[in-house]
Design a protein around this ligand. Structure first.
Ligand SMILES: Cc1ncc(COP(=O)(O)O)c(C=O)c1O
Length: 507
């Protein structure tokens, strides 16, 4: 990489030696070993001693050994209370049948709620951002506070990672996020009044989050780990999520060949979209970026509030590789809100079985949070717009599960279905939102459209956040993104050196 002011942490920080030494000492004292990206990509390669230790560590406990569960290959605990998952050969996933999607293309989602501590894959993004700083002398756990701006799950992931690394973390998130997120934060922060900062608004009020960050950054002991602009977030998904989804793809096509036609991801920070860059490089998959119809920034330069928590933040993230994106789709939160009720109610489940969906598969839909439903609907859009058929596989993710939205469901039930949600309501929701998915708000992106979306980022990043124009513009070329890839192996080398220096071992 050429020199830039972007948050790309390849080289050791010029003034980073003291921070690095303090980090080494802290990790030695706390006996914390850091996993490499290679281990998280292929967790079967993790030292058997560590894997053996993990069998006695609860998956959601604040235990540093859980860093070795920050990957897609955690077993699914079938029994309630069985929270000591081992590893599986293929990430747990679901393939949705045409009876559910209405299209022949094979839509496959990997389950993010198998990740430890926060039950969402955003803990991987948090780890990627912090570890890149740690091993390059940019974070001193004995002196710095890690500030995690987000609309929810990344902040939780950051708090979890900070806590198990023995450093102080602060979550910044809009006050309108789900009650379950705040309850979790109350449990995980030592001093919730200081360490959970609630900003104005909901999902799409990211400007207010930045304002809070800018204020906090006046104190040099605060380190802002901005997921929207830290390229480590993109690279973590390129290095770990992409290959993990590739394993799923190879598995589902082993007996029934098919091509990886597309990768779909609803965009919050656009980190998860980084997996699409990997799948495009390795399989030629086209990349679909998704947002909420109630806040259609990419499609219509629009704004507004919505309830697809975790996505659609009224701006184009700096780490979104826009010029590599092939389609933009907007999905309404009316659809995700109501399908969540369909998937989680007796009448809805009955209806799905009546419409020919296998009962066991219906039971797995409990693992779909709002953005997972959104990804599904966007995948259906892509299948219809591009005319994909039964030989085409569309890969996507279920970032979190529906249990994070139980309180939202109660609220939405009382607003829309105060009289109850029975067979007639279930049929109406299915017919409106699944039977024939509307594709009005899907657009294949040509060069003009890509440039339009790319240019929209100027106002956030150059005008508001002070990114140099040259740095902003460099991201238009794929040379820039390809130039980032070697950082993954470089970080792994640095992680090994760091672990050697601490001498920590879980043995
Ligand atoms: C539930 C949920 N879905 C989707 C996303 C979007 O992921 P990304 O930020 O990687 O674009 C997030 C981000 O926080 C999320 O919490």
């Amino acid at each position: 990489m050429t020199e830039s002011n972007l948050a790309i942490f390849g080289d050791f920080a010029p003034d980073g030696q003291q921070s690095y030494d303090n980090a080494v000492a802290r990790f030695r004292q706390q006996n914390i070993v850091l996993p490499t990206f290679a281990e998280l990509r292929t967790p079967s390669t993790i030292d058997p001693v560590i894997l053996d230790q993990l069998t006695g560590v609860e998956k959601d406990a604040p235990d540093a050994r859980n860093l070795f569960r920050v990957h897609w290959f955690n077993e699914h605990a079938d029994e309630p209370g069985d929270n000591f998952p081992g590893q599986v050969d293929v990430p747990t996933h679901i393939e949705l049948p045409p009876e559910l999607t209405g299209v022949d293309a094979r839509i496959v989602l990997a389950f993010g709620n198998r990740f430890p501590m926060i039950r969402a894959h955003k803990v991987l993004a948090a780890y990627s951002c912090l570890v890149a700083r740690l091993v390059t002398g940019r974070f001193d756990p004995t002196a710095n506070r890690a500030i995690w701006p987000s609309t929810g799950n990344y902040a939780r992931g950051g708090i979890a990672i900070s806590k198990i690394m023995g450093c102080r973390g602060v979550a910044i998130l809009p006050e309108g996020m789900s009650r379950e997120r705040f309850e979790w934060l109350e449990r995980w922060t030592t001093n919730p009044d200081e360490d959970v900062i609630k900003t104005f608004g909901t999902e799409s009020n990211v400007k207010e989050i930045y304002d809070a960050c800018n204020e906090l950054s006046l104190d040099p002991t605060n380190v802002i780990l901005n997921q929207f602009s830290e390229f480590s977030n993109h690279l973590g998904h390129y290095a770990v999520t992409g290959p993990s989804l590739e394993t799923v793809f190879e598995h589902v096509t082993a007996d029934r060949p098919g091509s990886l036609a597309a990768y779909v991801s609803a965009s919050g920070s656009a980190g998860t979209l980084g997996a699409g860059d990997y799948l495009k490089d390795s399989h030629g998959a086209r990349i679909v970026a998704v947002e909420a119809l109630e806040c259609p920034t990419m499609l219509y330069n629009g704004y507004g509030d919505h309830n697809i928590q975790g996505i659609g933040d009224k701006h184009i993230p700096l780490i979104h590789n826009v010029t590599n994106t092939d389609m933009a789709v907007a999905i309404s939160d009316d659809a995700t809100n109501k399908l969540d009720i369909l998937f989680n109610s007796p009448a809805g489940k009955r209806l799905l079985v009546d419409r020919g969906v296998d009962g066991e598969l219906v039971d797995m839909l409990v693992d779909f949070g709002y953005s997972s439903i959104c990804n599904t609907l966007a995948a259906i859009n892509a299948a219809k717009v591009w005319g994909l058929g039964s030989d085409d596989v569309i890969m996507t993710v279920a970032t979190d599960g529906s249990d994070l939205y139980n309180s939202d469901r109660e609220r939405i039930m009382s607003t829309h279905y105060a009289g109850g949600f029975d067979d007639a309501e279930a049929a109406a929701v299915f017919d409106e939102h699944l039977a024939d998915v509307d594709i009005t708000h899907a657009r294949s992106l040509d060069e003009v459209e890509r440039d339009r979306i790319f240019n929209l980022g100027y106002f956030t990043w150059v005008e508001q956040q002070g990114v140099e124009l040259d740095d902003f513009d460099r991201r238009r070329s794929q040379d820039f993104w390809n130039g980032l890839r070697p950082l993954i192996d470089q970080w792994d080398d640095k992680i090994r050196t760091f672990n050697n220096a601490t001498g920590a071992s879980f043995g």
